[in-house]
Design a binder for this molecule. Structure first.
Ligand code: GDP
Ligand code: IMO
Ligand code: MG
Length: 432
């Protein structure tokens, strides 16, 4: 348990936030290591709903340290709103949050560029349909190095000059992208961001040394993935991905904690599949059944409110991401959503150009050609939201869980039957 990771195995929104909140009491530190305000993690406790974007989902437990590491991109006004919203819900955040001085900062020019590029698409291609949170442009500047600002840079004497220089260049870029309305005012941005920096200052520190000290002292860490493995910049459905390593491979790079400290990886997936934004989705249901799953699962984005595209469970994709993220066990969420359907399908293989395969393709053009091979499983048509033991689930539901485990090749150690903490059942090594 030294380092345990919670990783999304699909295209995001697998209920990672719920699982991290539930597991937090078993750990000393909870870590976000990639993504930014594109993430929307929901934690439901009784009649309260918390929506987190940057802040780790361990924040509701006052005894745990929450750390945002260098791999995350931070949007200051959004994280301040998150802090205000937590405060208004009675959650005190003070010494239990750390933000890395190495984390890169999202500025208005990133958000404007994200919007302009999304609106224009890229010519022949379907638009990525980003969350418009400036994620791609900010990571782009990080990798490009010249125009990047890290959290720690906001406290340095040359911050004003850097904002001036970068704003001038970004205004030229925004004009070139066809914008007439997006000219940015360097002085106003400097004033605004200096104000944000002053409020964030108590949380800003070198988290890399802190985490290395913690692992060496034998503290237990929980790493909270954002997005999902199929949105991984290197191994996902490129270019319809996010701009960070959202699969398990990103944990070490983003946090600075060597991989040898990671002892368990939990893969989170829904009992069906959803996707927000553009890009191929082999098991998508563009029909009444898709609409039904969306309504039953209340599948609307936590960050953008967009309706999520819905489809059947894709075992080819999840087997791929389970291997990629090196998972030890599966957390199968939203089992209640399938519980009223007369029959359920699982995609067990793909047919591409008439050939059957179990291999998830590396190119989106091949993924677009996929004809899913389905296995039909009779529904159990019983409300499971009040079931508290896996053994008490209807036989049909247990058969479905066993089939998912068999196809993915890993045991199911968590089953979730509703958003509340109590609607979660643990098995195997996670059962206490
Ligand atoms: P994340 O981004 O992976 O943290 O997931 P989101 O919070 O974006 O989306 C998951 C949604 O499903 C949230 O609204 C949760 O409250 C809700 N949820 C979590 N587990 C369950 C479950 O087992 N059943 C149902 N019906 N909803 C769930
Ligand atoms: P959580 O952590 C679902 C999707 C966007 C878009 C693509 C790129 O809540 O699971 P970006 O703004 O990152 O450049 O958008 O990735 N996307 C998500 N989809 N859940 C998320 O986060 C997502 N974060 C980004 O819809 O298709
Ligand atoms: Mg989400």
């Amino acid at each position: 348990m030294a380092g345990t990771c919670v990783i999304g195995l699909q295209w995001g929104d697998e209920a990672k936030g719920k699982l991290v909140d539930l597991l937090t009491s078993r750990f000393d530190v909870v870590v976000r290591y990639q993504g930014g305000a594109n993430a929307g993690h929901t934690v439901v406790v009784g009649d309260k709903t918390y929506k987190l974007h940057h802040i780790p989902s361990g924040i509701l437990n006052a005894n745990v340290m929450n750390v945002v590491t260098p791999g995350v991109v931070i949007n200051p006004p959004t994280i301040l709103q998150e802090l205000d919203s937590l405060a208004s819900q009675g959650v005190k955040v003070a010494e239990n949050l750390m933000l890395s001085d190495r984390a890169h900062v999202v500025f208005p020019w990133h958000i404007a560029e994200d919007r302009l590029r999304n609106e224009g698409g890229s010519g022949e291609r379907e638009s990525i349909g980003t969350t418009m949170r400036g994620i791609g442009p900010c990571y782009g500047d990080k990798v490009g190095r010249m125009n990047a600002v890290r959290l720690g840079d906001m406290f340095r004497p040359d911050f004003r000059e850097r904002v001036n220089i970068i704003t001038a260049g970004k205004n030229r870029l925004l004009s070139a992208l066809g914008s007439t309305a997006d000219q940015l005012d360097a002085a106003a941005i400097f004033d605004q961001y200096s104000g944000y920096a002053a409020r964030l200052k108590p949380f800003v520190t070198d988290t890399t040394h802190y985490l290395l000290d913690q692992v060496e002292a034998g503290k237990k860490m929980l790493f909270e993935g954002a997005q999902g493995s199929l949105l991984d910049i290197d191994h996902g459905t490129f270019p319809y991905v996010t701009s960070s390593n959202a699969s398990g491979v990103g944990v070490s790079a983003g946090s600075g904690v060597p991989g040898k400290w990671i002892t368990k990886v939990l893969g989170v997936c829904k009992a069906y599949t959803t996707r927000v934004g553009g890009g191929p989705f082999p098991t998508e249901l563009n029909n009444e059944m898709g609409n039904k799953i969306r309504e039953l699962g209340r599948e609307y984005g936590t960050t953008t409110g967009r309706p999520r595209r819905c489809g059947w469970f894709d075992a080819v994709a999840v087997r791929y991401t389970s291997r990629l993220s090196g998972i030890d066990a599966i957390s199968l969420m939203m089992m209640d959503v399938l519980s009223l359907l007369p029959e359920i399908k699982i995609c067990t293989a793909y047919e591409i150009d008439g050939e059957r395969t179990n291999k998830f393709p590396s190119h989106v053009d091949d993924l677009r050609k996929v004809v899913p091979v389905y296995e039909t499983i009779p529904g159990w048509e019983t409300d499971v939201t009040k079931v508290r033991k896996i053994a008490d689930l209807p036989t049909g539901a247990r058969k479905y869980i066993d089939r998912v485990a068999e196809l993915v090749g890993k045991p199911v150690e968590v089953v979730s039957v509703g958003p509340d903490r109590a609607q979660t059942m643990f098995a195997g090594s996670l059962a206490q």
